[in-house]
Each structure stands twice: as C-alpha cells, then as structure tokens.
Design a protein around this ligand. Structure first.
Ligand code: FAD
Length: 443
C-alpha cells in the first residue's frame, strides 16, 4: 500500500505536507503535529486501509479521537482522524457511539432521550481517548468510570481484522480496553449502557482566605454523602474563562433536587470564607465545559507534578497540596471525589488502578519559560513526590507526559504483565504505541 493507492481506496481525504489543508489536518486540540500523513476515515474499511499504509511504511499509528492528548505532538506516524466516525445511535438504554465522537455531542443527543453517561467535564474531549484510559466523570460516584458503563466495542486490529468485543466475545481484549489505553486497535464503535437522567443540580462554591479547612470538611461530607453527589475541588490561577480563578468547589448532584443537594453541601456552605456562586438545576449537557483549542503558536505548556489515587485523603496530604499551590503561582491543584459506584467494581475486573481510592489528586506547576527555573522545577518535583507517596497508581489520561515509563506508574506489575500478554496477541509489532504504551510481552 502506498499513499497514492490509499488515496484511491479511502472515501475521506489523505493529507500530506504538500497539500494546502496540511496545517488544518495536523492540528490537534493542544498543538500542531508532524505526522507522515493524516488519513480522514469515514468507514471501517478506511480504517483498515490506513492501518495497511502504516504497516507498509513501517510507521506507528496515531489515532486522533477528540485530539486532547499530548500524543498528537509526537513526530512521525500515520494519524487516523476519526472525527467523521461520530454517529450516536440510541436503542433503549444501549448507545452505539462512533470512535471519533466527542462527549459534548453524546450528552446533547442522549438528553433528547432522557439519558446520560458519566464521562468527563469537557464537551470537546473524545469518547475514544477518555474511555480507553478510564474516564473520571462528573457523576463517577453514581455510575462509575466511563469504562464501567461500556458493554462492548468494535475495533480494527493491527492485522486489519474487525473484531467485536464484550464480556462474552474476546473477554480478555474487552478487559484490556477498559483502562489499557489505545494499545490494542482502532475502536470504530463503542457500546455503552446509559442511565435515565432528567437533569442535575450544579453548584459552585467559591472559597476566600486560607483554603486549608475546606478540603477537610469536603472529605468528611463525601464520606457519608449519597452517591448522587460528586465533587471537584480546584485551586487554579486565572487561565480560562470557564473556570473561576482561586480555590473553589464544583459539585454535581444527579437529579434536579436542589434542596437535597443544598442539604448535602450544608457543612461546606456554612464555613467561613465559602460563598455559593451557583446552586441550581441544569440540563447535563449545559454544565460541560467548553474549552477553546490551543493556538498553534501557543501550545499547552509542560507540567511539573503528577496525579495519584488516594485511598484516604488525610490532613497531611491536604496540607501538602495546599502548600504546593501556595509555593507556585502558576500551578493547579485538583481533587476529585471517587468512591461510590467507582469502588463497586472489583480491582481485577478492569486494568484501572486503585478501585479502593476515595479521591483523585493532581498538582502541577506550569513549566513556562520565565516562570519556572531549574530550582523551581526541582522544588515542584520534590513537593509532588511527597504528595504522591500518599497515593497508589496514576491516571494516564491526566498527564501531558509521553514518557514511556509512565505505564509503570499507572499499573501494578501484575496488571501490566496481563496487558503485555494481550498486547502481544493483538499488536505484536506495537504499531499502536502512541498512547501510554504497553510493550508486547516477549514471546
Ligand atoms: C480540557 C480537558 C479536560 C479533560 N477532562 C477530563 C475529565 O473530566 N475526565 C477524564 O477522565 N479525563 C479528562 N481529560 C483527559 C482526557 O481523558 C485525555 O486527554 C484523553 O486522552 C482525551 O481523549 P481524546 O480522544 O480527546 O484525545 P486523542 O488525543 O484523540 O486520543 C488520545 C489517545 O487515545 C487513543 N484513542 C483515541 N480514540 C481512539 C479510538 N477511537 N480507538 C483507539 N484509540 C483511540 C489513542 O491512543 C490516542 O493517542 C481532559 C483533558 C482535557 C485536555
């Protein structure tokens, strides 16, 4: 297969550096890539042809779903642009979603049927990348991770075969897809079980002054809260028009019961320095953030820090997180509640780490020239390492690092060995390596 042959085989465009559409075609959400070619697929056969090209050219495959990860910036490879494969079909509570759809489109379509899937917090994020990594959503305590709502998928393998996977069809591969990243093939269709939803209560609590007492009370509230409540605590510099600068709590309550949500949040609302900026019933699609794409000449900055999953959010970890934010003016700190349905899934049932975690924590200083020198970088890393010692495992989707060693932070040795054995079966030449890469196990 050559580029010229591919052009005659696929129904969508095949774009290379000599084409006028090149700059548009190689853009992803947070920058501009340098692939060998971009293949805009609109059918399963197109995907198969693009994989044949990559193999013939000895190039890795970069699958671009919503384009929000950092993998689009790694040079070389054949980019498969999935955006035209974005159909959403509803059959009762079973939803078939094309591998290039975005979560905003899914939420809008499902709302017409009184349904929802707990996914992520941002409309433009891809169903593909978020789901294959796990997917921590705004209703994770009610319905679990995105992968916990996944019941099947269709994928094109490295060999070009079209495979249907579910709990009963290639169960090992289905297991690997639910948190093992984009290592195993190109998913052309995801099948989810959706949930009835008539709306949510959305609350924003702004925090003034020393934020330290707030995460402590938040932790205690969540320890006993109904699963309907999922919260995010964030402390961010002014960087995006959607997110309030400073410390705040974003809460989502499943259903339109404003009084129930207010009662659950009362111990927080009563704290000194906490004010209610919003507490109202909303349609779920309307609370997803709209995040503008980065300008090509201003790509997303690097990040010194990390994320981890915490069995317990203890006072020491809270103090370290707040101190991290105080020490670095251009930094973010994030806590997202887990537990509830997230913890109902047995550890062995998916590759996702730490099912006994009750909180997800992230902290990082933006590595912007002029803002972080070598000493600042070292201090941020040391401070993060101290926070990470409270946790277990990392969530790969929430890092901008493309360091191949990241997989060892994400998975336990046993999980990584099982993923590597499945990888050997389905992608022995490792063409799907533009992801947190599970290297095929040795034969
Ligand atoms: C603004 C923003 C908000 C976010 N919010 C959340 C959140 O609330 N919760 C959360 O869990 N994560 C969140 N994330 C992280 C997000 O889950 C990851 O960045 C994810 O990789 C994005 O998926 P994508 O399809 O948009 O990215 P892409 O860059 O298109 O894909 C990432 C990788 O996924 C694989 N992939 C994508 N589609 C397919 C497919 N169809 N078949 C096979 N492989 C595929 C490929 O390996 C690809 O390299 C957020 C990220 C951003 C930038």
């Amino acid at each position: 297969m050559t580029l010229e042959q591919l052009r005659t085989e696929v129904s969508g465009a095949v774009v290379t550096a000599s084409d006028p559409e090149w700059d548009d075609a190689r853009r992803f959400h947070s920058g501009i890539g340098e692939p060998m070619a971009v293949v805009c697929v609109s059918s399963v056969d197109d995907v198969r042809a693009a994989i044949r090209l990559a193999r013939a050219e000895h190039q890795p495959v970069m699958v671009r779903g919503g384009g929000h990860s950092a993998w689009g910036g790694v040079p070389g490879g054949v980019t498969i642009d999935m955006s035209a494969l974005s159909s959403i079909t509803v059959e009762g509570d079973l939803v078939h979603i094309g591998g290039g759809a975005t979560w905003g489109a899914v939420a809008a379509e499902l709302a017409k049927h009184g349904l929802a899937i707990s996914s992520g917090d941002t409309a433009s994020v891809g169903v593909g990348g978020l789901t294959l990594g796990g997917g921590i959503g705004l209703m994770v305590r009610q319905w679990g991770l995105a992968v916990d709502q996944l019941v099947g998928a269709q994928l094109v393998t490295a060999a070009g075969d079209v495979v249907e996977v579910s709990a009963t069809s290639h169960p090992d591969l289905f297991w690997a897809l639910r948190g093992g990243g984009g290592n195993f093939g190109v998913v052309t269709r995801f099948d989810f079980r959706a949930h009835p939803l008539d709306g949510v209560v959305s609350a924003t609590l702004a925090i003034e002054g020393d934020p330290r007492p707030v995460p402590r009370v938040l932790r205690d509230v969540l320890a006993d809260a109904p699963r309907a409540l999922t919260v995010t605590y964030s402390d961010v510099p002014a960087m995006d028009p959607n997110a309030p600068a400073g410390a705040s709590i974003q809460a989502v309550w499943v259903g339109r019961d404003v009084d129930g949500a207010r009662a659950a949040l009362a111990p927080l609302i009563d704290l000194d320095g906490v004010t209610v900026a919003e507490l109202e019933a909303r349609d779920y699609p309307d609370i997803l953030m709209q995040m503008p794409a980065a300008e090509p000449d201003q790509p997303m900055p690097g990040f010194v820090g990390g994320n981890t999953l915490l069995r317990m959010l203890d006072d020491e970890a809270i103090d370290k997180l707040v101190s991290f934010r105080e020490a670095h003016p251009a930094s973010v700190v994030l806590l997202r509640s887990l537990g509830g349905a997230y913890g109902d899934v047995a550890q062995a049932d998916t590759p996702f780490p730490a099912r006994d975690a009750t909180w997800f924590a992230m902290a990082g200083a933006f590595d912007v020239p002029g803002m972080l020198d070598d000493a600042g970088r070292a201090a941020a890393q040391e401070a993060w390492d101290a926070i990470e010692s409270h946790g277990q495992g990392s969530y790969g989707n929430f890092t901008v690092s493309t360091d191949p060693a990241w997989v060892t932070r994400m998975y336990s040795p046993d999980t990584l060995a099982r993923l590597a054995a499945i990888k050997r079966e389905w992608d022995p030449q490792n063409i799907f390596c533009r992801t947190h890469n599970v290297v095929p196990a040795a034969a």
